[in-house]
Design a protein around this ligand. Sequence first.
Ligand SMILES: Nc1ncnc2c1ncn2[C@@H]1O[C@H](COP(=O)(O)OP(=O)(O)O)[C@@H](O)[C@H]1O
Ligand SMILES: [Mg+2]
Length: 244
Amino acid sequence: MRDFAEQRHPEIEVSGLRIKRDGKRLLDIDRLVLNGPGPLMILGPNGAGKSLLLRCLHGLIQPDGGVVRQDGQEMGLADRLQQAMVFQRPVLLRRSVAGNLNFVLRRQGFDRHLRGARVAELLAEGGLEGKARQPARSLSGGEAQRLAILRALATDPEVLFLDEPTSALDPQATQAIEALIAAAARRGVRIIMVTHDIGQARRLGQDILLMQGGRVAEQAEATAFFTKPESQAARRFLSGGLVI
Ligand SMILES: Nc1ncnc2c1ncn2[C@@H]1O[C@H](COP(=O)(O)OP(=O)(O)O)[C@@H](O)[C@H]1O
Ligand SMILES: [Mg+2]
């Protein structure tokens, strides 16, 4: 098994998290502790509130109630600057592939003389070394997503949030993305990822969070979740049935 034990891993805790729209509770989580250290996979059917939860964790949306804490302190801007997020559809700058990475490194204050070497290292990690000068927006879907992940990793985040990063990709492109995510996890980046792909959650996940109707249906270590799920929601979800 992978060994994440030696790595620093912030404990993230959520309490009383609520989001309401038009009288409907979209997110309703009394208490949730995400203490890792391995990759956490957030599973659940469409509309379960997975993306909303991820956005709240990263501070992209302000919930109607509740608080997100990291290591006991309310999560603030300084914590969020140590995080990065990758979306289902990558948003790339109208620059070359290398230019996209260089931009992020420059913004991070990365030393100008070291930037070229760091860009090359990142490109090699993502298998994009031959594409450095190509316009980023001309990349294939899989390549573009690899670049989006590399760009997120370029900021050297403590926590990397990913929202269904492979849902628009074929199996081969998916495999390359999974390899990139697994490597980042081994280096100590805390991965918190939404996926609707059970196989992917099995391959990458150390811990599983199953969401349903804005609530947490089950939270468990991955092996336990897949071999003896405790909730009926999890059993149904795993057997391919609809979760209601
Ligand atoms: N800004 C919004 N206004 C109203 N409803 C929203 C908004 N954002 C999301 N929702 C609703 O909240 C529910 C959960 O959304 P989401 O977190 O995107 O689900 P998931 O990612 O699990 O598919 C869905 O029913 C969605 O339609
Ligand atoms: Mg979503």
